[in-house]
Design a protein around this ligand. Sequence first.
Ligand SMILES: C[S@@+](CC[C@H](N)C(=O)[O-])C[C@H]1O[C@@H](n2cnc3c(N)ncnc32)[C@H](O)[C@@H]1O
Length: 419
Amino acid sequence: MADGPGLAARRAALRLLDAVLRRGLPLEAALDAAARELTRGDDRALAHALAAAVLRRLPDLDALIDSATARPLPADAKARFALRIALAQALVLGTPGHAAIATVLPLVDGGPRKLVHGVFGTLMRRRVALPARPSLPGGVAQRWLAAWGRDMIDAAAEAIAAPAPIDLSFAVEPEAFDGVALAPRHRRLPPGTRVTELPGYAEGGWWVQDLAASIPARLLGAGGGRQALDLCAAPGGKTLQLAAAGWRVTALDNAPARLDRLRDNLARTGLPAELVLADVLDWAPPAPVDAILLDAPCSATGIFRRHPDVLHRVRAKDIAALAELQGRLLARAAGWLRPGGILVFATCSLEPQEGEAHLAAAEAAGLEPVPVLADELPPGILPDPRGHVRTLPSILADQGRLDGFFIARFRRAGQAGAD
Ligand SMILES: C[S@@+](CC[C@H](N)C(=O)[O-])C[C@H]1O[C@@H](n2cnc3c(N)ncnc32)[C@H](O)[C@@H]1O
């Protein structure tokens, strides 16, 4: 049978879901390989949208499928994957049922076509719908309920239902620019905004960065020509902020392709930074520095709204391994500050192991907390009483919410200027 319109995009969506759910790969990282046969940009976008829609609603889609089969289909059965895609089209993306199933059946040609057709038909005849508030994957819901309580779980479930707004950071306060300003040098735009079509893209006066992600660099203030190390810097949103705030930035990362993206971002924005391709665990600066921003590698569960795959991929053992690495990076970086120098540590994680649990170890490494004050933060975001910042999806609920971050600021003990 000749491939009908859109079939290649469905095949790519199936490959994407297989990469995320069976092989544990990030959705964005799997996209090039999964979509290699797609010649049209809109097919690639459709494949990504289908896979993301499935990942946002996976527990509820699976519950529907299980309600219509005598015995649960295996988690990795092709029929389950095909049904997830068909149901996401019909129930999330508004595709008419007959079209949703017709575009998916060829995925199971030579296999369980009858089963897929039957289960889908049963569910459509029952006029099923997805719950207004999505269910989170079981392990995630348990972890976050224990850490943050019911309100946060409900907020996270609402946040995963739909794509997040687009936040822009600006090098200088824009005079006239659409969007809502939730902080200085910030504008929030609706989900789905095509950023490359916005004014000033080529001139590089702004870059995409969630409001929560902009807080770590804000907490270092104006640089006045002093030196800052941006460790784990790529693709560079925080490097750009530091350079724009007048810091002399050395930006380091150990991933060559990501450092290339940082180089491109500097070229587009015209902001200066020295780039270093190195591993924080091997490298050391030639002399102690005034400021360090350590945006450590983490589970990235805090950015689940933009990357819904994380909630299905990240396991407790991954979180433990990343927390251990973060501890080593933090202890090493602590030794590179001059006395009185400031270090901001951040992770885009909603796991306390990758955040609050580091506070005691930081003090043991000779760092004393420098509590964040409410007036240093965008309105509506408050510091934790212990002085650090914990952003949750429940914050700014009626203004589009926030990604989940842990951010803490420290000073190296000793007198300023006494190195
Ligand atoms: C959370 S991302 C950084 C995001 C970045 N700060 C920004 O604002 O765009 C973490 C980065 O750490 C880098 N990384 C991980 N382990 C590293 C190590 N041992 N040394 C240097 N960089 C590392 C990764 O390549 C990744 O780019």
